[in-house]
Design a protein around this ligand. Structure first.
Ligand code: NAD
Length: 524
């Protein structure tokens, strides 16, 4: 993979996607600069770990307070660089980070507390074991542009509070938000070498993966995720890959039509459809199909599209011409293969170069890319199904498995359908909000990635697990050590029968437990 040396510099600019205005020009960090950042982080990390969880919580609580106080400034910057409506910048970015910080800071103690491992086998009773969780060291985080604050910030808070150093490579489309995150961490007291931002493009990201980091947390496309997995494999670099999705929405015949159609419209067009968890395909029971499609079209036509900084805007621009072209090609291919474009289906050049009208497609099929590939734009393709089994089969007919939603007034039925869907998150009667539930893990099956962020499982990704065992009888030689002799195999057979035949192991464990209880009672 080509990476710049110090003699060749690559530059790029950050733009406002609503206006095309250049916000700032940047030089990509070179391989040497990335390596130097990682070396500084490595040198500083032991002191950060030694500081202890209580002190780290104190610092990160200050970060949380600063973010809350400076929410408007941060949200305005997100809208400026990523285009989303101001309200979404507050809700899906600032709020999500503040609540994730609450969870991480509350949970950090219990993650790092040694965990006793009770031994079930009677012959291992004389030992005691613990799980110790310790930071990996330096965690590299590579993030995309669509959630430029909430993705790297939630991961960074979890990594930092557990004692890791972080080197972040934000998307080249949203570097200013990445730098704002660093500014807030530094103002809170996170040492500069413990959280660093390396600015640059994909080659800078590749340099970070190649640097001597201890783990990589990547969020982005499947194609880049695959490249990162390949680069990480030769040295077994632990990876978390949060990749793309083609999330289905299943509207069963007993769903509330008004609620489900509003959800479909918000789920498809929020952040201009540029959300890994957006509704990328919608399956509706045949009996509701005409009314559902009509309601979606009506609600979509009412959306106010414009500059996200304008308080009344409900859908902003797409991030780039590249993303617009993918969207256009999916819609055009579907249209020429027989899909009906009921609203939208065109650019809104009169507002700005990156605007595309929110689009509802009916009569799409699984032969169209708009149903099989991630579109990542404001399009809602709707299909009819006849039976629950068919809906589940269609939902599972995908290389992705990030999230899904099921809509029904019967919650037990919703839960039963959810069990049969291949996705990391399935929501019944809601969508997308799983990302804002700080206790819930986030991540996908199949091509949507490996590992988890958020929740306790996400915290567990930020530590390595060590098992420590200590024998209470330090002077006793173990029965199974050398000195086998000719009868050893026969003795072992007898021993195995003694333990496992006719439930003896259970009886013996019970007897040992009673003995232990008796000893405790008598203090012997
Ligand atoms: P992308 O893969 O193009 O880029 C993501 C990041 O990777 C950027 O910072 C980029 O500079 C960097 N990068 C590019 N090539 C690299 C390489 N070879 N080595 C290391 N880093 C490299 O993705 P994107 O367009 O920024 O984001 C959109 C994608 O992200 C969509 O597919 C979306 O579904 C996915 N996404 C997933 C989640 C999730 O949690 N599962 C969340 C948000 C976005």
């Amino acid at each position: 993979m080509p990476v710049a040396t110090q003699t060749e510099t690559r530059t790029f600019a950050s733009f406002n996607p609503a206006t095309g205005e250049v916000l700032r020009e940047f030089v990509c960090a070179s391989k040497d600069e990335v390596n130097a950042a990682v070396a500084r982080a490595k040198a500083a990390q032991p002191e950060w770990q030694a500081l202890g969880v209580k002190s780290r919580i104190k610092i990160l609580r200050k970060f949380q307070r600063l973010l809350q106080e400076r929410k408007s400034e941060v949200a305005r910057l997100i809208t400026l660089e990523a285009g989303k409506p101001l309200g979404e910048s507050l809700l899906t970015e600032v709020f999500v980070v503040l609540d994730a910080a609450r969870f991480c800071l509350q949970t950090a103690y219990s993650v790092l507390r040694p965990q006793k491992v009770p031994h079930g086998s009677p012959i291992m009773k004389a030992k005691s074991g613990w799980l110790l969780r310790e930071p990996h060291g330096v965690i590299g985080i590579i993030s995309p542009w669509n959630y430029p604050l909430s993705t790297p910030a939630t991961e960074s808070v979890a990594a930092l509070v557990l004692g890791n150093a972080v080197v972040l490579k934000p998307s080249e489309l949203t570097p200013l938000v990445g730098l704002k995150l660093a500014e807030l961490f530094y103002a809170a007291g996170v040492p500069r070498d413990i959280f660093q931002v390396v600015i640059g493009d994909g080659d800078t990201g590749a340099a970070l993966v190649d640097a001597p980091i201890d783990k990589i947390i990547f969020t982005g496309s499947v194609a880049t995720g695959r490249r990162i997995a390949e680069a990480a494999a030769p040295r077994f670099l632990p990876t978390v890959l949060e990749l793309g999705g083609k999330d289905p929405m299943l509207v069963l015949e007993d769903a509330d039509l008004d609620t489900a159609s509003s959800a479909a419209v918000w789920g498809a067009f929020m952040n201009a459809g540029q959300t890994c968890l957006s509704v990328e395909r919608c399956y509706v029971h045949r009996s509701l199909y005409p009314q559902f499609v009509e309601a979606c079209v009506k609600k979509t036509r009412e959306l106010h599209v414009g500059n996200g900084a304008d308080g009344t805007t409900e859908m902003g621009p797409m991030i780039s011409e590249r993303q617009l072209r993918i969207m256009e090609s999916h819609v055009e291919e579907a249209r020429s293969a027989g899909a009906r474009v009921l609203t939208g289906g065109k650019r809104l050049a009169e507002i700005g170069a990156n605007f595309y009208a929110p689009t509802v497609l009916a009569d799409v099929t699984h032969k169209m890319r708009v149903v099989t590939e991630e579109t990542f734009g404001p399009v809602l393709p709707i299909m009819a199904f006849e039976t629950e089994d068919e809906a589940i089969r269609l939902a599972n007919d995908s290389i992705y498995g990030l999230a899904a939603s099921v809509w029904t007034k019967n919650r037990a039925r919703g839960a039963a359908v959810a069990r049969r869907i291949n996705a990391g998150t399935v929501m019944v009667n809601d969508l997308l909000s799983g990302f804002a539930i700080s206790e819930a893990p986030h991540g996908g099956f199949r091509d949507s990635g490996i590992g988890r962020t958020h929740g306790r499982l996400g915290m567990d990704e930020m530590v390595r697990v060590k098992y420590v065992d200590s024998d209470r009888l330090p002077r006793m030689k173990k029965l199974w050590w050398y000195g086998y002799g000719p009868a050893f195999a026969a003795q072992m057979e007898g021993f195995i029968d003694f333990l496992f035949a006719r439930g003896l192991a259970k009886k013996m464990t019970g007897a040992l437990r009673s003995l232990a209880a008796l000893r405790k009672k008598k203090s012997i």
